[in-house]
Design a protein around this ligand. Structure first.
Ligand code: BTN
Length: 319
């Protein structure tokens, strides 16, 4: 780890608390001037570091910049060595993660961006990803799962996000099948899972799970503001690093237990559709139904005028 990364780790771990240059230098076994240089370099990157005579350095509590050090602080010990790449700006973190996966990236590898210029959503849509207001992250998973269970990855990812959101806020998130996460009836998170390799063999070898969470209100464009919302109105007093790490912890934990489907009960409890009248899109026509259950493959069981059937993918909305 570079001196800069080590200094950032100490400051991140102790937000709001002062450490003298001498203390940090002795903790790291480097000179005070090396610490000073590291602090200057962090400031140049946008970190708000207060430097007060006789007190030392302190990272402002409201500094919210994504960093591998900041994320690692909240990763469970078993995941704390996973590779993490952070871009200031990128087209799509899913594209970046897929390229890394093709080059052999290990299970759990994370790619995040402060901003995406070509953020992608399901069904060919775009995902609005303005600077510093969300968590835009993609995780490489190598689940070795039967292809028939592939949909469970995305189902599990929505549970992971709901758990993490609940841990950082006082909200009770709901999941709209297949995998949108809603808070106060607004979509705050979308998930796009893309295959990388292995599907020909009947086994899901490698996928990229892309997760976009709107953390603070960026002022949504007119075309999405009816549906899209953010978790908080203003910047909360925790960093997006923590939210990203909590999502990764839950996703990696759940992905180890996909075949036993134990998380499906939680998914059902968090569903905003079950028991409700819904609409589903079929051949470009909206049809009425009632959502009855989520089956063990993650399919949505619905009751229509013509009887009971199961949707395995598609677009639904509450009536
Ligand atoms: C949807 O709502 O339809 C899914 C949106 C998925 C957005 C995330 S943001 C990180 C990753 N990179 C992308 O380009 N898309 C996903």
């Amino acid at each position: 780890m570079t001196t800069k990364a080590s200094v950032l780790r100490i400051l991140e771990e102790n937000r709001g608390r002062f450490f003298s240059g001498e203390e940090i230098a002795s903790m790291l076994g480097v000179s005070r001037s090396a610490v000073w240089k590291a602090v200057k370099s962090l400031e140049a990157e946008g970190y708000a570091v207060s430097a007060v005579t006789n007190k030392g350095y302190c990272l402002a509590a409201d500094t919210d910049i994504l960093s591998p050090e900041g994320i690692r602080l909240y990763l469970s010990p078993e995941y704390c060595d996973i590779p993490i790449t952070i871009h200031k700006v990128t087209g799509s973190t899913n594209e970046d993660a897929k390229a890394l996966a093709v080059a052999g990236a290990v299970h759990g590898t994370m790619v995040l961006a402060e901003e995406q210029t070509q953020g992608r959503g399901r069904l060919g849509r775009s995902f609005y990803s303005p600077k510093s207001s969300g968590v835009y992250m993609s995780v490489v998973l190598r689940p070795n799962l039967a292809i028939t269970d592939a949909v469970l990855i995305t189902t599990a990812a929505s549970v992971a996000v709901a758990r993490a959101v609940e841990e950082v806020s006082d909200q009770t998130p709901e999941i709209k099948w297949v995998n949108d996460v809603f808070v106060q009836k607004k979509k705050i998170c979308g998930i796009l899972t893309e295959a990388v390799s292995g599907f020909e063999s009947g086994v899901v070898e490698c996928v990229v799970v892309g997760i976009g969470i709107n953390v603070v209100d960026p002022g949504f464009p007119d075309e999405i503001k009816q549906v899209a919302g953010s978790l908080f109105g203003q910047r909360p007093d925790f960093s997006r690093n923590r939210l990203a790490a909590l999502v990764a912890n839950h996703l990696l934990e759940l992905s180890a237990a996909l075949p036993d489907r134990s998380f499906l009960d939680e998914y059902r409890k968090r569903s905003m559709l079950l028991g409700k009248p819904i609409r589903f899109l079929e051949n470009n026509v909206w049809c009425d139904a009632v959502a009855v259950d989520v089956d063990n493959s993650g399919g949505l069981v619905i009751e229509t005028a013509a009887g009971r059937r199961t949707l395995s993918s598609g677009e639904v909305s509450v009536r």
